[in-house]
Ligand binder design. Structure first.
Ligand SMILES: Cc1cc2nc3c(=O)[nH]c(=O)nc-3n(C[C@H](O)[C@H](O)[C@H](O)COP(=O)(O)OP(=O)(O)OC[C@H]3O[C@@H](n4cnc5c(N)ncnc54)[C@H](O)[C@@H]3O)c2cc1C
Length: 437
């Protein structure tokens, strides 16, 4: 079933990304039936990166996207490229608990590698996506800053290779010009980019290497056989030895087992008109991506053309705010009151796939039918790692894939009807905790 609601149509969202995307050409439409080695379903980072990894290995691959490449979360998110895979990199204890002490170093390294993949591809394929390095974890109180410092120390102790720098109250305004923060930690190994340009740039690179990328190709049925799977669209079909399901929060009920383990949660972003240079330098002098430490966090960054992109406000009920600007702008003004008279040019939202244990879900639903989903709001970089693991497994080396696939992912309680309201109640508790400080 296609999603059509106040933030989703078959066309690209009315986002800053869609309005400024450099790639305006459609990818081709699939006419007739084809046979390939691998069929990837879904044209976000998970699917596109899988196609590109496979194309680099010389594998024959076709990707089918129901709308346009980057239409889902990948082309409409906050643009923050944040490392860590499986668990937060700073929580080594949790990494050991989730993946076993023997795999912990490997999983930690994947948390670095997922960002390296993006950096390498941008360089190698000359993808023009406004990449800017630098990420700031902002603290609103001393206890948050203490925790951030401890986390940076843990990452360093385990070999995190990039510069991390503690910023105290005296210096914080050289990073973010707001009274809301008293410090934080800068990480120069993470950053931000125009994600729609990035995902479409990766898809073009895959296409140049021989991958077939199709838009307007909605998969309505899968017939999984022993040695091949038939991927049915309404007007044609792809027959493939291997299938990769990369529809994440938008896959709907195509595979009930996957649907029961991923909850589509809304997140919403506004973009200002381009700011004059002096104002932009005052509020975001360092131009790093910024997140605060609350459960219902604010995230923001400055675009290449000096718009503030400000996001937050996760909704778990399946319902979107009636007026995104009215819902998000007050949060932006709490951080930057001086933007009071600045016009908002774009407002949009999208679904991120949340999993119950917050660990990305990577596995198989049949021996040759793979999936990856549920990055729980931090998927730009991790999706590239899931994609590499699946490509490795298809290429015959499933050692790293098996580490992730070994994790058990329980379904959400409440089944199809009640999982959304059950989670909404749980999240209301965390929001109350944020509010009480
Ligand atoms: C508003 C918002 C802000 C976010 N901010 C950040 C951020 O700053 N940093 C970060 O790391 N993460 C962020 N995320 C999360 C991140 O965007 C996702 O984790 C990531 O993009 C997931 O990529 P994906 O390819 O798995 O899924 P998606 O990008 O959602 O792609 C899935 C694709 O599959 C297609 N599809 C589904 N079903 C079918 C079908 N039956 N047939 C064909 N195609 C199908 C969909 O049309 C869609 O294009 C944010 C998410 C949102 C919504």
């Amino acid at each position: 079933m296609r999603i059509r609601d106040s933030i989703h149509t078959d066309r690209m969202p009315e986002s800053y990304y869609a309005a400024t995307c450099k790639d305006t050409q459609d990818f081709r439409r699939l006419e007739g039936n084809i046979k390939v080695d691998v069929c990837v379903v879904g044209g976000g980072f998970t699917g596109v990166a899988t196609a590109l990894h496979l194309a680099e290995q010389g594998v024959e691959v076709a990707l089918v996207e129901q709308n346009r490449i980057g239409w889902g979360a990948s082309g409409r998110n906050g643009g923050q490229i944040i490392g860590g895979y499986g668990q937060a990199m700073a929580d080594f204890g949790k990494i050991e608990k989730s993946f076993g002490a023997e795999n912990a170093d490997e999983v930690f390294r994947m948390g670095v590698e997922c960002v390296d993949i993006i950096a390498d591809w941008i360089r190698k394929y000359d993808i023009d996506c406004g990449l800017k390095w630098g990420y700031f974890d902002a603290a609103m109180k001393q206890s948050e800053l203490d925790e951030l410092v401890a986390k940076a120390d843990t990452m360093r102790a385990h070999g995190y290779p990039h510069e991390q720098r503690v910023v105290g109250p005296d210096e914080v305004k050289s990073i973010v010009g707001s009274d809301r923060y008293m410090g934080g930690v800068v990480n120069m190994g993470w950053g931000h980019a125009h994600v729609l340009d990035l995902v479409r740039g990766e898809a073009r690179a895959a296409e140049r290497l021989g991958a077939r990328i199709y838009e307007d190709a909605r998969v309505s049925n899968l017939q999984v056989g022993d040695d091949h799977t038939v991927v049915d669209m309404d007007y044609c079909r792809v027959t493939a030895k291997h299938v990769v399901l990369a529809g994440n929060a938008y896959l709907g009920e195509l595979v009930p087992k996957l649907a029961s383990r991923v909850l589509p949660a809304g997140s919403y972003i506004i973009a200002t008109e381009p700011l004059d240079e002096e104002l932009a330098d005052r509020i975001m002098p360092a131009r790093y991506a910024v997140c605060d430490q609350r459960w219902a966090l604010d995230y923001f960054r400055m675009s290449e053309d000096r718009r503030l992109l400000f996001g937050g406000l996760a909704t778990y009920s399946g319902r979107h705010p009636r007026d995104i600007i009215a819902a998000v702008r007050p949060n932006m003004l709490k951080v930057f009151p001086e933007l009071q008279d600045v016009a908002i040019s774009h407002a949009w939202g999208g679904y991120m796939g949340i999993g119950l244990n917050r660990i990305p879900q990577v596995g198989r639903i049949a021996p040759r039918v793979y999936y990856a989903q549920a990055y729980s709001g931090h998927g730009v970089a991790p999706s590239h790692m899931s994609a590499r693991l699946i490509a490795e497994a298809i290429g015959g080396d499933s050692r790293r894939f098996d580490i992730m696939a070994g994790v058990k992912h329980p379904p959400f309680p409440g089944g199809r009807t009640f999982r959304q309201p059950v989670l909404a109640v749980g999240m209301a508790y965390y929001r109350l905790k944020d509010a009480l400080g």
